[in-house]
Design a protein around this ligand. Structure first.
Ligand code: NI
Length: 177
């Protein structure tokens, strides 16, 4: 296993549309190793989600996991994910990103999402996610479309540096995905 380098805002790969993964490559040792490396990289960076473009692979691959009883969700690997449904109800919450150092901002997202993808065995899965899980799915799928949470902010007045976040907004929860 290996911790991969996370690229940051300004890296062109973060703005590209990621390529879909040919299903017959999912079972290869190299691809499975890549998935494990992504998981290790996410944990090492204290994130709850990571998309392959963030480690310079322009491929439709995401990993997610959030430990914790209340808002946690299980380890999830998505290959070639597609959002097939979004709840009409939205909510605004703070987000950060492992590729955007030092900034937090409020983003409005659907509170529920239905997504289709292949799992690490290449098996098709359809999943409903809500709450933090749904936010993470939308944030990560955005990465595969070359979008960052900054693009989703409709009001930049909440854009906040970390020290100021801790000073003024620390009672709010924030997720770094
Ligand atoms: Ni991110």
């Amino acid at each position: 296993m290996a911790v991969l380098k996370i690229v940051k805002l300004g890296a062109p790969v973060l703005r590209q549309i990621a390529e879909s993964v040919p299903p017959d490559t999912i079972g290869t040792r190299a691809f499975q190793q890549f998935l494990d490396d992504m998981l290790e990289t996410m944990v090492a960076a204290d994130g709850i989600g990571l998309a392959a473009p963030q480690v310079s692979h322009s491929e439709q691959v995401l990993v997610m996991e959030c430990k914790g009883e209340e808002h946690g969700f299980p380890q999830t690997i998505m290959i070639n994910p597609t959002i097939v449904g979004l709840s009409p109800v939205t909510a605004e919450g703070w987000e950060g990103c492992l590729s955007v150092d030092g900034l937090r901002g409020k983003v409005k997202r659907a509170v529920g999402v239905r997504v289709k993808f292949l799992d690490r065995d290449g098996k098709p899965v359809e999943l409903d996610a809500s709450g933090l899980y749904a936010i993470c799915v939308q944030h990560e799928i955005d990465h595969l479309q070359g979008k960052l949470f900054l693009d989703r902010m409709t009001d930049l007045s909440t854009l906040t540096q970390i020290e100021e976040f801790d000073q003024y907004w620390r009672t709010d929860s924030v997720e770094v995905i």
